[in-house]
Design a protein around this ligand. Sequence first.
Ligand SMILES: Cc1cc2nc3c(=O)[nH]c(=O)nc-3n(C[C@H](O)[C@H](O)[C@H](O)COP(=O)(O)OP(=O)(O)OC[C@H]3O[C@@H](n4cnc5c(N)ncnc54)[C@H](O)[C@@H]3O)c2cc1C
Length: 352
Amino acid sequence: MSPQTTTAPTPAVATARRLAEELLAPHAAAVEAAGAVPRSHLEALAQAGLRAVDGDDALAVVEELAAGDLATAFVWIQQVGVARWLEAGSAADGRWATQLDDLRAGRTHAGIALQAALRPGPAAVVARRLTQDDDGDGWVLDGAVPWVTGWGLLDALLLTARDGEEVLFLLLDLRTVRDGDGDIPRLRAEALPLAAVRASRTVQLHLDGVHVGAGQLVARAQHAALLAGDAAGLRPNGSLALGLVLRCVRALGDGGGTAQHVERATALAAELDAVRQQLDAAGPAELPAARAAAVDLAWRAAATLSLTTGSSAVISGSLAERTVREALFLLVFGSRPAIREALLDGLLPGAH
Ligand SMILES: Cc1cc2nc3c(=O)[nH]c(=O)nc-3n(C[C@H](O)[C@H](O)[C@H](O)COP(=O)(O)OP(=O)(O)OC[C@H]3O[C@@H](n4cnc5c(N)ncnc54)[C@H](O)[C@@H]3O)c2cc1C
């Protein structure tokens, strides 16, 4: 992947950078105060063709968006995950081609709730296979999804549920449920009072006997196999942390800064390139350490921005204040035991 700080950006990354600077960053504080990423933000990004971008470019796009507004980038990155599962589900027979096209064109927005059935231990959401007596072909879902991001913006949700030792990936069309019932019976969202990325519209989702048809099944796999392969999928969320660092590099190096600030911006940019390269080169065994390095850098970058800002960094709504709160989010979001241990070891060396 091309490190945006040292080489010319690709056209997609240049577009993401422009939108982040002209649309996302100027409105980020107001968007947070309003508590909701506007749908128009997602539409503007999709209309610029950013949904169709994949591979390394997609990661670089997430990084640029996160530099502008982490909440918007966080909602955005969910689509990347959904698209990957739909692609895999479509590989054989193109079954999800329409949904994939709609998602890529920005006609629809989708979220992803993996933790409900993927994390180790008992599942937060369980599926019971419908029998002939139930008069249907599919499953009934019960439980509570601890975190669902983008609620109110989403047309569809890729939800996991556990049926015995198997994990089901089910695409819920939230528009159908809403249009059909006026309300969402059996599906209740509880707002979470977030200290950071408030605008991500993250909720806890309670499911009380939600029926899903067999046709909504995108994929199924053994829980043990998914856990064994989990580390391989840790790269994309690392771009959120890289984006926060990129924001700090730019803020420190901004026109008004002193020579010392510019020097620190240069040092931070060099660390950013090194951590990005570490993430890009990492295989599954190295990814937890690389993710921890990215989060550690984001944390230090946010502290550096605060120190160079001075006491006005504690004023609510200032860039430094929001960035520090977002660094806290990155410290705990999308974590795994190996990431957490690497971070704790760095904070308190030799204390375990
Ligand atoms: C603001 C916010 C929004 C979020 N939005 C979403 C969302 O939209 N969709 C979503 O799926 N998640 C979402 N999450 C959840 C996020 O993925 C979790 O933060 C992450 O799983 C770690 O959470 P945890 O440390 O509380 O542990 P838990 O999720 O409670 O998991 C328990 C333990 O299992 C580990 N663990 C979790 N998953 C795995 C795994 N696959 N393999 C191995 N170990 C694992 C955790 O590290 C932890 O040690 C959100 C979190 C936050 C804070």
